[in-house]
Design a protein around this ligand. Structure first.
Ligand SMILES: C[S@@+](CC[C@H](N)C(=O)[O-])C[C@H]1O[C@@H](n2cnc3c(N)ncnc32)[C@H](O)[C@@H]1O
Length: 230
């Protein structure tokens, strides 16, 4: 299962950024900016971007932590990490971003290292959400926050119907034109299985986070889980 997910993201890598822009009409940049802000990363912090992909959230963290801070972007797709590195070289001449190829279910970091963390569209893709949040909890310092952005199923039935129509009738056909139909068809079933905001909060509390709030955004079609380690 893990290998399947990695293969999907390696195949998507060449068109990933372009597709995100088209499919969200550029809105994913706004949602990612909110996520970076809600991580409360500040100048000088050591921060972590889990499932960093091509680096959108890592770059936003880098701007927040500044020259005296550090960012670690972690992903298991070597192809997406290559794109992140290239973007980094062209956009940030002196970045403090370290790209780490690893599974977020088993992070190669000591306990209590990070002041802030983000994760964008990763939690829905990991094979074990509880374990992923537990690993995140382990590597955060006491008092640190993490902000986790992902799709969400809106409670309003009309909005949910729109979301299903959008995924089935826009996202999949556009991906099909690029030869990536199966890779994008996985979004809808993964969203069906994905815990609601309230359930995500509950899991976060179970693994040890002291506070957990889920903010619905984009009319509840997306959400940001903000969690704090005691
Ligand atoms: C939809 S992409 C999101 C990329 C980026 N965060 C963004 O928002 O644009 C999901 C990413 O999660 C990564 N991923 C999924 N499961 C993972 C795991 N167990 N360990 C590391 N990376 C994982 C994939 O390789 C992929 O890059």
């Amino acid at each position: 299962m893990t290998d399947n997910i990695r293969t999907i993201f390696n195949r998507i890598a060449p068109v990933y950024d372009q597709l995100n822009d088209w499919l969200s009409l550029g809105q994913h940049h706004v949602w990612k900016e909110m996520t970076a802000k809600w991580s409360v990363a500040k100048p000088g912090d050591t921060s972590l971007d889990l499932c960093c992909g091509s680096g959108d959230l890592s770059f936003r963290l880098a701007r927040r932590v500044g020259r005296n801070g550090q960012v670690y972007g972690v992903d298991f797709s070597s192809q997406l990490l290559e794109i992140a590195k290239k973007r980094c070289q062209s956009q940030y001449p002196q970045p403090k971003i370290t790209w780490v190829e690893a599974d977020v279910l088993s992070l190669p970091f000591e306990d209590n290292q990070f002041d802030a963390a983000t994760m964008g569209y990763g939690l829905r893709n990991v094979t074990d959400i509880q374990r992923s949040l537990k690993e995140l909890h382990r590597v955060l310092k006491a008092g640190a926050k993490a902000a986790i952005l992902d799709f969400h199923r809106p409670s309003n039935p009309q909005l949910r119907a729109f979301q299903q129509w959008y995924l089935g009738n826009l996202v999949v056909p556009i991906a099909n034109n690029l030869g990536l139909k199966e890779e994008y068809a996985y979004i809808s079933p993964s969203l069906d299985r994905f815990p609601t905001g309230n359930e995500q909060r509950e899991i976060a509390r179970q693994v040890g986070f002291a506070a957990a709030t889920h903010y619905p955004i984009a009319n509840g079609m997306m959400g940001v889980l903000v969690i704090t380690k005691a």
